[in-house]
Ligand binder design. Structure first.
Ligand SMILES: [Fe+2]
Length: 446
């Protein structure tokens, strides 16, 4: 298995919290860019990883980074560890009992008037755009025990669709929370065993759950693995289609695979669901020698078409290039859409470059990042008042190896290849992490 030095370069964690103002900017920031870019990820409390595989990286304490844009300026940067029990045991022992026992290090989402830091299966943590932590979410009581880091918000109804995949029974729950934060659906879903489910999809009328070939194997714990998940050849991969507000699940078997992230899904007609994902033909296969994993093949953009009438699924690659961390204009979530953005993965060691897919014409655009540097997920920011799907900007954090600092690039979403409209130059790095969100100022202050 490829080993990383997680304590060097783009993944090297931070050992402190900082507040910076009036950041240096090259180029011209669009005045309409008014809000906060928040990025989440794992960062060990003392600023040093103990091991060097991905499972030493994923479960570490949440650290959030916020870059504030206003009046054509990059007015501030701040980073904070999430205020949880894990954090308090190290930095504020007297506060341990008062803080939530969760580690929301994966994603950030605004819903029903709350901004939530989201965990892989743990409880969401409420926060402000200025990274003040408000404790456990009070608006999602039914999900308090834990939920996916990738719930989906319907852009028209404001409903939030979510699931909880757990290693203890019940292994899978599906839920819907309305636009006011009240849980409307909480349904137990029968599956043969607990599997790794990271993301889900919605259409206007359905939700799609992913029960794939990566599942739990608790015998791994006694063999030195810290997370008991691996590829299982004998499992079927299945896509589960459930009516939005609950009911029986229709499972559709597909070729063995793993899907970490959904791009989007929609209803092409009354009986056809389109589901676009980043698909791996194999993922977390145990190494033939030693106690690691084989290198994962790269994930590629893949389209499933689910024929509800015929009970069939067809799948095909839309591209052969390695990508991850796909994003769209979230105003199109669950609806027909044309554009997707993703990090390029030239190999297993690098997340370097941003690609834009035009799924109608097949055209691709690239924002190139030089070897040695790496970048995070491209977050699409709609232009205020804009109507076209690609009218806006793409924001990404780019780690610069030579200076050990990070830039935040602002790209024209219609012309990635032209290079940044503006580059915010931070005097320190934002380590590689998971997901982020754009929090427009008008919707929540800060
Ligand atoms: Fe994710």
């Amino acid at each position: 298995m490829t080993t990383f030095d997680l304590n060097a370069g783009a993944t090297a964690p931070l050992a402190d919290e900082a507040d910076l103002t009036d950041l240096a900017v090259d180029g011209t920031l669009p005045p309409g860019l008014d809000g906060v870019l928040v990025r989440n990820g794992p960062n060990p409390l003392r600023g040093r990883f103990e091991g060097n595989d991905v499972l030493s990286w994923w479960p570490q304490p949440a650290m959030l980074h916020a870059i504030d844009f206003r009046d054509g300026r990059a007015s501030g940067y701040r980073n904070r560890w999430a205020r949880t029990r894990i954090w308090a045991r190290e930095y504020a022992p007297q506060a341990v009992a008062a803080l939530p026992d969760t580690n929301p290090n994966v994603n950030v989402l605004r819903h029903a008037g709350e901004i939530l830091a989201l965990a892989e299966g743990g409880a969401p943590l409420a926060m402000t755009p200025a990274l003040e932590f408000l404790g456990a979410s009070r608006r999602h009581p039914g999900l308090a025990g834990g939920m996916t880091a990738h719930p989906k918000v319907d852009p028209e109804t404001g409903e939030l669709m979510s699931f909880r995949a757990h290693w203890e029974p019940p292994w899978l729950r599906y839920g819907v929370t309305d636009a006011d934060g009240r849980q409307r659906v909480d349904q137990r879903i029968e599956v043969p065993g607990p599997s790794m489910m990271h993301d889900m999809a919605i259409t206007a009328r359905y939700s799609i759950l992913l029960d794939l070939n990566v599942a739990y194997d608790f015998s791994m714990l006694s063999r030195g693995y810290r997370m008991p998940l691996r590829w299982h050849d004998e499992r079927p991969s299945r896509l589960g289609v459930i009516a939005r507000h609950g009911g029986p699940v229709r499972w559709f078997e597909v070729a063995p695979c793993f899907i970490l992230h959904v791009v989007n899904a929609y209803e092409a007609d009354a009986s056809t669901l389109v589901l676009d994902v980043v698909r791996y033909p194999e993922y977390l296969r145990l190494a033939r020698h030693g106690t690691g994993f084989e290198d994962n093949p790269l994930g590629v953009l893949w389209r499933y078409e689910i024929d509800l009438d015929a009970g069939r699924v067809a799948g095909r690659a839309l591209d052969d290039a390695g990508i991850e961390l796909p994003r769209i204009n979230e105003g199109r979530t669950g609806r027909a859409y044309r554009y997707g953005y993703a990090v390029e993965q030239p190999n297993n060691r690098e997340m370097r470059g941003v690609v834009r897919y035009d799924l109608e014409s097949g055209a691709r655009q690239h924002y190139r990042v030089p070897p040695g540097d790496q970048n995070s997920e491209p977050v699409f920011v709609p232009r205020p008042g804009g109507r076209a799907e690609d009218d806006g900007w793409v924001l990404a954090c780019v780690y610069r190896q030579a200076s050990d600092t990070s830039d935040v690039v602002v790209l024209d979403a219609r012309d990635l290849a032209a290079g940044p409209l503006a580059t915010v130059r931070l005097p320190r790095r934002i380590p590689a992490g998971f997901h982020g969100a754009w929090l427009p100022r008008e919707a929540g202050g800060g």
